[in-house]
Design a protein around this ligand. Structure first.
Ligand code: 26W
Length: 817
């Protein structure tokens, strides 16, 4: 595949732009004359023309994998936050020059066309975006990697801010046909369920004792590797069902009766907008099993096409389970191997464990899914039998290992024997896999010491750590072309496919002309973002301020409230002392709160009210502003991250598994204000703690502090803390409803401040002052920014994927050094 010419990264020359194909699609697909076409029509025609260019390479990629009998990696995830495809594919096909000339020739505004593409919100946050970055890296490295997900007809909700509050709007991203996807009806699969169900006013009502069949219809999306020579596949399943089979029904043969199409489609109607827990959501239970059943049926079907011997499965197939959401794969693969392939239990179990690997992305116990046994009894009786057998054999092993320790047996059992018996999906994933990994060193350490100590002690060889990464092609080359050009001019463009080359930027931190280039690129990115924000939201930002950004899902442990508290303190300082010389700062917030997460939504409202209050005060507003950027997602991140000077990574230590926005800000030259948590610890090790602004308790200190922690001590002994909390409690930011933000004060003072905001507030304010002082010295600031960029090498998803490929999957890629 890539043996063709090795000139420059991604080993293929720039792709000419397919004008003729465009004209064809415009007139033939949309039957409009060029003059009569809408921007959406033009977008679709461009996308289809590019897909035509990609199609033969897509086929030959697959053929090459088959020919070399390559071992394949399959990434099973309930979320793929892929972002818009057009700009990404133009970049990875190296078709920018062609695209620019094409737009000139057709008198088109490239941004206008690019803006037509909906941003598929097929994910909530970090987990979903990591999956997308992994796919981009697998394709770029020429690794035979396929993503399996669900084709939600509605992605994560669109966030609208009304009177400072988050309002959720449906995301009809498929309202118009999507030009990138290819329906594959011939490759549909049947999914059998032990009972049937119907939707009754949005609630799933089970129909006991009537087995049913769902149909999984696959839709394939091209994943274009950089250079355009490898095109991998993201296969998204849509649930549907055959028309009701009246002949069968007339024979009273309800066994295998189809669920009616409308009900069937509800299974993949919408992504659960929750990244905490989905307890009690039977439809989510069905979605997860549906994903696994369709994907495993497809994987086995592909395997059998070339392999006659089942025992070769782990040599040809590596399946990565993206968190507990995919661990139905353990009993489902066993069902296929025992019931369909007819293998004996031991052989099937060996193949299953050697083919499956599990990644954990969170330490939050409520996010470690447990599903009621009775749902298995109804929907998946055979899988439950298998789970019982797996658990029985596992616990026998445990009893052999620790005779008499029934407490241990209870703790590690896959079945939680509480009032409502539940299946612990994380335990199932760990017992049924040959590899379990955390997504950053500190996270994996806590996984083994705090969350899964017993299982880690039982299977020490299975636990390993692979720190996350992000795609520098999407989050630097595409999102920040100005800075990318400055870097390429300095060190060439190999970094696009090998970010380790960034190290050679470090010496340039001392080079004033290079610093000037980097500072100019940052200023350009700022102005571009400010212009975009004004055009899309009407909000004005002063470019001569520090853009200080916290962009991530709203969650108490991510402590957007801590950020807001220090802004209240800053606000009070400026009110009390108008002469106070402080670098002017714009504090930007972006992120969605799970629609049912009231506290997080109240924090969003508070931040918006804080911003509105400040904006009404002439004595303060020219030195401090708070701006909420709505509807955060991949496309907004591409505007916001390149423009930011400061990256806020302020989670309570021990709670952020890894973080990935921290890496995106770093490679775009923002300086990190953060706690020693997740991957930020590893970033500080590479760049040097002195080049970040680290503060607060470490994870062990959090554990030590918690037992005797009294948040009121800070209220009693820190005047600014007290004044800030009193101001919030007084209704100053909500005069029409003085008690509105009382619950936030209670959270901190009355309810124990579980995430230790007040414990870290002082040191947080101090490093923010330090950052403000350094910003006044632009040369020093930019020098540090360059050192952070230079240290971003290890945080590419290419490095992460190569670790998965070598240490877990045992696959190789033509692009892997
Ligand atoms: C069942 C509901 C649900 C849905 C999603 C629970 C938990 C999740 C995800 C695990 C939450 C998530 O996105 N975790 C983030 O994963 C990133 C990628 O590994 C990490 O960088 C973040 O630290 C972690 O919070």
């Amino acid at each position: 595949m890539n043996e063709r010419n090795q000139s420059g990264p991604g080993s293929s020359e720039a792709t000419p732009f397919p004008d003729a194909l465009y004209d064809g699609h415009l007139t033939l697909d949309h039957v409009v004359s060029p003059g009569g076409a809408s921007s959406r029509d033009r977008y679709e025609a461009v996308a289809r023309a590019l897909r035509d260019v990609v199609a033969p390479r897509w086929l030959s990629t697959e053929r090459a994998y088959q020919e070399r009998g390559a071992k394949q990696a399959y990434y099973l995830s309930m979320e793929f936050l892929i972002g818009r495809a057009l700009a990404n594919n133009i970049t990875n096909l190296r078709a920018e020059p062609g695209w620019a000339a094409f737009c000139r020739r057709h008198g088109l505004d490239p941004l206008e066309i690019l803006d037509q593409e909906p941003d598929p919100g097929l994910g909530n946050g970090g987990l979903g975006r990591l999956a997308a970055c992994m796919l981009d890296s697998m394709a770029t490295l020429g690794i035979p990697g396929t993503g399996y997900g669900l084709r939600y007809r509605e992605g994560v909700f669109r966030q609208v801010i009304k009177d400072g509050e988050q309002v959720e709007r449906p995301d009809h991203w498929l309202a118009r046909p999507d030009p990138w996807e290819v329906a594959r009806p011939a490759e549909s699969v049947e999914v059998h369920l032990g009972c049937s169900f119907e939707m009754d006013k949005g609630v799933l009502r089970l129909i006991h004792g009537r087995p049913s069949i769902l149909k999984g219809m696959p839709y394939d999306r091209p994943i274009v590797g950089f250079g355009g020579s490898t095109i991998n596949t993201l296969r998204l399943w849509a649930a549907t069902s055959e028309a009701l089979d009246f002949v069968r029904i007339s024979r009273g043969d309800f066994v295998g009766a189809q669920v009616d199409p409308i009900t069937a489609e509800t299974v993949t109607l919408v992504l659960y907008p929750d990244d905490r827990s989905v307890r009690g959501r039977a439809l989510r239970f069905l979605q997860e099993y549906f994903l696994v059943a369709c994907s495993l049926a497809d994987i086995v079907r592909r395997f059998r096409r070339t392999q006659g011997d089942w025992l070769a499965l782990p040599d040809k197939v590596a399946i990565q389970l993206n968190d507990t959401h995919a661990t139905f794969a353990v009993p489902e693969l066993m069902r296929i191997l025992v019931d369909e392939a007819g293998l004996d239990w031991e052989a099937a179990w060996d193949l299953t464990r050697r083919s499956l690997a599990f990644t954990n992305h969170t330490l939050l116990t409520e996010a470690l899914e447990r599903w009621p046994v009775r749902w298995f009894e109804l929907f998946l009786p055979r899988q439950l039998e298998i789970i019982y057998e797996i658990n029985q054999r596992f616990l026998d092993e445990v009893r052999r290992h620790s005779p008499g320790d029934e407490a241990l047996v209870d703790r590690v059992s896959i079945i939680e024997e509480k009032s409502e018996r539940q299946v612990r999906m994380a335990h199932l994933g760990i017992v049924g896999s040959h590899s379990v990994n955390g997504v950053a060193e500190v996270h994996t350490g806590l996984l083994k010491s705090r969350v899964m100590p017993d299982l880690a002690a039982l299977f020490p060889e299975r636990f390993q750590s692979i720190t996350n990464g992000v795609s520098q092609r999407r989050f630097l080359l595409l999102a920040n072309p100005g800075l990318a050009a400055v870097i390429t001019r300095a060190i060439g463009d190999q970094w696009i496919v090998n970010l380790q080359g960034f190290g050679s930027l470090a010496p340039l931190a001392g080079d004033s002309s290079f610093r000037a280039d980097v500072a100019r690129a940052k200023q350009q990115a700022k102005l571009r973002f400010i212009d975009w924000l004004r055009r899309t939201t009407g909000q004005q930002i002063d470019p001569d301020t520090i853009l200080d950004t916290q962009a991530k899902r709203f969650h108490e442990y991510k402590r957007q409230l801590l950020n807001a508290l220090r802004i209240v303190i800053l606000y009070q300082r400026l009110r009390e002392n108008p002469e106070l010389q402080l670098p002017r700062r714009t504090c930007l917030f972006a992120g969605k709160a799970a629609s049912g997460y009231q506290v997080a939504k109240l924090i969003i409202q508070f931040i918006n009210r804080l911003g509105a209050t400040i904006a009404r005060e002439p004595s303060v507003r020219d030195r401090l502003a708070v701006v909420f950027v709505p509807d955060y997602g991949v496309s907004v991140a591409e505007h916001l991250i390149p423009a930011s000077d400061i990256s806020e990574q302020i989670s309570t230590a021990g709670f952020e598994a890894s973080g990935t926005s921290n890496m995106k800000f770093m490679m775009n030259g923002a300086l990190t204000v953060g706690t020693r948590d997740g991957a930020t610890i590893e970033m500080a090790r590479v760049v040097g703690e002195e080049n970040l602004f680290l503060f607060g308790l470490t994870a062990p200190q959090v554990d030590e502090t918690r037992p005797a922690y009294d948040p009121r001590w800070h209220y009693e002994n820190e005047p600014e803390t007290r004044a800030a909390l009193d101001l919030i409690g007084s209704g100053h930011f909500s005069p029409e409803d003085p008690g509105l933000f009382g619950p936030l004060v209670d959270l901190l003072l009355r309810d124990g401040d579980y995430y230790l905001h007040l414990a870290d507030l002082r040191s947080y304010c101090e490093v923010q002052e330090e950052a403000g002082r350094l910003y006044a010295d632009q040369a020093a600031w930019t020098r540090r920014a360059i050192l952070n960029i230079a240290g971003a090498g290890p945080f590419s998803s290419d490095r992460a994927v190569m670790e998965y490929a070598r240490r877990i999957w045992g696959v190789t890629g033509s692009g892997m050094a």
